[in-house]
Design a protein around this ligand. Structure first.
Ligand code: BDR
Ligand code: CA
Length: 309
């Protein structure tokens, strides 16, 4: 199998970092477009540059929108990822540059330069993708695949608005634009993430045995780990890493269901919730392959190698 060519939209973020380490270890990265989400855009851009330094790689970083498309978000995820998104370790200013081109414009340009070659991997609120789509609705025709980490397909979300998952809840309008604009995408939701938590003891062994990437991850992951322990979340929960595994190698998917998926924009209690037409009642085109199960051993092996263990 030839390596996947990945264009990654991300808001690093601890699990984003693990996903990017995986992409670097197992695929080719065409660029990182950066969204606000887990923390503010200044932090997520800086964190992406810190990762590029760590990997000593020639990867372009494109800054995107600092706010959601329409409404201000009611929460970020600093309480999980740390105030700076990377566990408040206090890294020195990164050397890697930010490109002089916006994320949306880079998404359009890179897919024009390499039509049909790039898999778009969305690990963040979908603001940048939505903006790119509004500028050029033919974007979906030029990407090989779109893999989205987002949603909670039976309403078991992870935000203050109970049924909403973070990436969709942060910018529901953007998710709406993307779900309407892409005729087909793979959806890796929060509930799949919980079912595919990595074994904590094995993960700790990889962190011990791994190289500088493992050391880095151990440092940035402390806040998220403490949060998960305090909230009785078992194992290592790494949403973006699971989506990245699917992007790198789609044959890792063991079970999925194709359904029409939309996002609620108006509900007083449900804004940002994922709406799945499980019974096919609406007659809407089934736009999403909802990933329900992946090969856990292969997923784990991909993570382990990305940490150099
Ligand atoms: C998603 O939200 C973020 O906190 C994570 O980075 C992931 O992309 C999980 O709901
Ligand atoms: Ca993310």
């Amino acid at each position: 199998m030839s390596a996947a060519q990945l264009l990654i939209d991300t808001d690093p973020g601890v699990d984003d970092a693990l996903a990017i380490l995986m992409a670097h270890a197992h695929a080719d990265i065409a660029g990182l477009s950066i969204a606000a989400g887990n923390v503010g855009l200044d932090h997520t851009v800086r964190n992406a540059r810190t990762l590029v330094d760590l990997l000593d790689a020639d990867i372009a970083v494109f800054a995107g929108c600092a706010t959601p498309l329409v409404r201000a978000p009611d929460e970020d995820a600093a309480f999980v990822h740390g105030r700076d998104g990377f566990g408040d370790v206090g890294f020195p200013p990164p050397a890697a540059a930010v490109a002089n081109e916006s994320a949306a414009s880079a998404l359009l340009r890179l897919t024009r330069e390499r039509p049909g070659e790039l898999t778009l991997v969305a690990l963040a609120p979908l603001t940048n993708l939505a903006l790119a789509l509004r500028l050029d609705p033919t974007l979906p025709q030029r990407v090989a695949r779109l893999v989205v980490m987002g949603g909670a397909v039976t309403g078991h979300g992870n935000t203050g608005r109970v049924p909403a998952e973070f990436n969709l809840g942060f910018d529901p309008e953007a998710a709406h634009v993307v779900f309407e604009g892409f005729p087909h995408f793979q959806l890796v939701d929060w509930e799949a993430t919980l079912r595919h938590a990595l074994d904590q003891e094995a993960f700790d062994r990889w962190l011990q045995a791994g190289d500088h990437r493992a050391d880095f991850y151990a440092r940035i992951g402390r806040t998220a780990r403490a949060y998960n322990l305090a909230h009785d979340r078992r194992g290592v929960i790494a949403a973006d890493a699971l989506a990245m595994a699917v992007a790198i190698d789609p044959s890792i998917v063991v079970r999925s269901e194709r359904r029409a998926v939309a996002v609620e924009l108006d509900g007083q209690l449900t804004r940002g919730a994922t709406v799945v037409d499980w019974a096919g009642r609406l007659g809407r085109p089934a736009n999403a392959d909802i990933v329900l199960e992946v090969d856990h051993a292969r997923f784990s092996a991909m993570v382990r190698r990305a940490l150099g263990a």
